[in-house]
Design a protein around this ligand. Structure first.
Ligand code: DC
Length: 217
């Protein structure tokens, strides 16, 4: 069974996807981790992120597996899991996400994985492009100010000087980029159930989702 959750940055997709997967006994697959894994690999190779040779992309071997609940990402057999959240990786991942050849690699890895697993998978194009025929599709929305507040709380721990305005501006830029990129832009997938998480706790969002899911035994 495939359950997809798409939505903008900071809407709480990953948190909710993990909780929902736990409730259902499914695997939580975070598709952003694959974009981040490839980005971490390219940075480790000191590649020019803006101009990667197509042949090199084709040769790249991407794998993901789970160690308990942790999703590990391997590129060319090297484990990049510890670097997925590095600042430089976060900065450069959007560039990689706009390259069709990288997206094709990632799509292939995702499709292979779901053949043998029940999954809750979150990302930006999962219900619209990767699995348009998923069993249940959600679009998790959230007000920009609330998303900025949530991110601010997390970021302040790493960078005490950061301001709420800086975070809000970066989310606005990110939304514009995600929604307007020529390949796989962020859209509400056809047939998706939209949930607005602005005033809901993650637990309430999960409860709402569960109302739409009938697990086949
Ligand atoms: O959700 P995230 O920040 O971990 O995603 C990392 C990058 O990958 C971000 O630039 C959005 C992009 N992405 C995407 O284009 N499509 C997906 N299905 C998932 C992530």
């Amino acid at each position: 069974m495939i359950i997809t959750i798409d939505g903008p940055a900071g809407s709480g997709k990953s948190t909710v996807a993990r909780m929902l997967a736990d409730k259902l006994g499914f695997v939580h697959f975070n598709s952003g981790s694959l974009f981040r894994g490839i980005t971490a690999y390219l940075l480790s190779q000191e590649e020019n992120i803006n101009n990667i040779d197509e042949k090199k992309i084709k040769k790249l071997r991407l794998k993901t597996r789970f160690d308990g609940k942790n999703q590990l990402v391997f590129v060319n057999s090297q484990n990049f899991s510890k670097h997925l959240r590095d600042d430089e990786v976060s900065k450069c991942a959007p560039i990689i996400s706009a390259v069709p050849e990288f997206r094709a690699k990632i799509d292939e890895c995702q499709c292979k994985f779901v053949e043998n697993n029940n999954v809750v998978i979150d990302g930006r194009d999962i219900g619209s492009h990767v699995f348009p025929n998923a069993d249940v599709k959600f679009y998790l929305d959230c007000d920009i100010d609330e998303r900025a507040k949530r991110r601010f709380k997390e970021e302040k721990l790493k960078n005490p000087d950061i301001t709420l305005k800086e975070i809000k501006d970066s989310i606005i830029t990110r939304d514009k980029y995600d929604m307007n990129k020529p390949i796989s832009p962020l859209v509400v997938p056809e047939g998706a159930i939209t949930i607005d998480s602005t005033r809901l706790t993650p637990e309430k969002v999960v409860d709402e989702m569960l109302k739409h899911i009938k697990v086949q035994k």
